[in-house]
Design a protein around this ligand. Sequence first.
Ligand SMILES: [Zn+2]
Length: 354
Amino acid sequence: MRKISIFYVLALIFEYLNFSDNIGVAQAYSARNKFLRTEEANRFYNPSNRDLTFFNPSNRNLPAYISINSVPAYHDRTDNKQPWDYTGTKGLAPSDWKYGYPACGDSSQSPIDIPIDNWPFESYAPPLSFNNISPQLPSSLKKEEHNINLVFSGDSAPSVSGGYFNETYEMVQLHFHWGSDNTRGSEHRVNGFEYPGEAHLVHYNKKYGNFDTAKSQADGLLVLGFFLQLNAYSTIGMMKIGAGLRTMADQGSSSVNLGSLSFVDILGYLPNESRYVFYQGSLTTPGCTENVKWHVFPEPIKVVQRDLSAFRDFTSFTDNNRPVQPLNGREVMVNGINSVSVNAGFKSLAQAKH
Ligand SMILES: [Zn+2]
């Protein structure tokens, strides 16, 4: 036990040195993961000591920060209000966002091209736990400045916990990114493949009480990402959303009531709690704050052409997908355990599948 304590203290000092240096969150995590991967650390794993669970050799690719409460140095730089868009016609173009919103030029940005070889790996991370995703809740679409948000009302918002984190994140809104044709639109890519759209279910850390407080915290946000895939029919939820978008376009209205809807209605299936890609990234719109726990799921949401086309009626938003950002050494956790190097030679699963 004495040796274990010494190494634990060393690990804490190591962590302090990293986090006190104001270096980016990702680099700190990456540096610590490298340390944790050393055989020296693994030798001192003791399952009876909860504080040392991150020394578990079988868990060595898990980010150790999940069990540690200290929050790394973090600077909220979201107070700039410069106009921005996706083309540079009415504001800063994506490549220039950083001039108005410095975080957009930082090193742990989203979206990314997910460098994945295959999806068959067993997850060693605890499964995610989804709550209130099946009950139908009153829902509506609301046109915002840069997108159209779907919001649920009612007492019990969907939430998620488990996986790579210990806290509960509550859903605040869902929105989509889409392209002007079927070859483009998603923000994340898989081995370079771009889907025609992507749904983002934005969650905030419930301990902060509300989204506005949470969005400026280092552990404030979590987004679940689901690709849209063209299909012969839409899920019930996408059907309602497509109809709602057509109503909004026809009436020129800025909001529409969708009636009762659940998270699962939109997905068309129960999300797999162990099958996803995890990485630490940012909001994909200015201010690009690097405080988002990204979970991207391989199982797409099915949508028929007519409903997908309904998004494109909103021409001012169309092609609202930010280009992919460099990984800069970040680790992408594939289904929990597999860290795939961006340089690894991989097959194009997405191309094979679609
Ligand atoms: Zn988004």
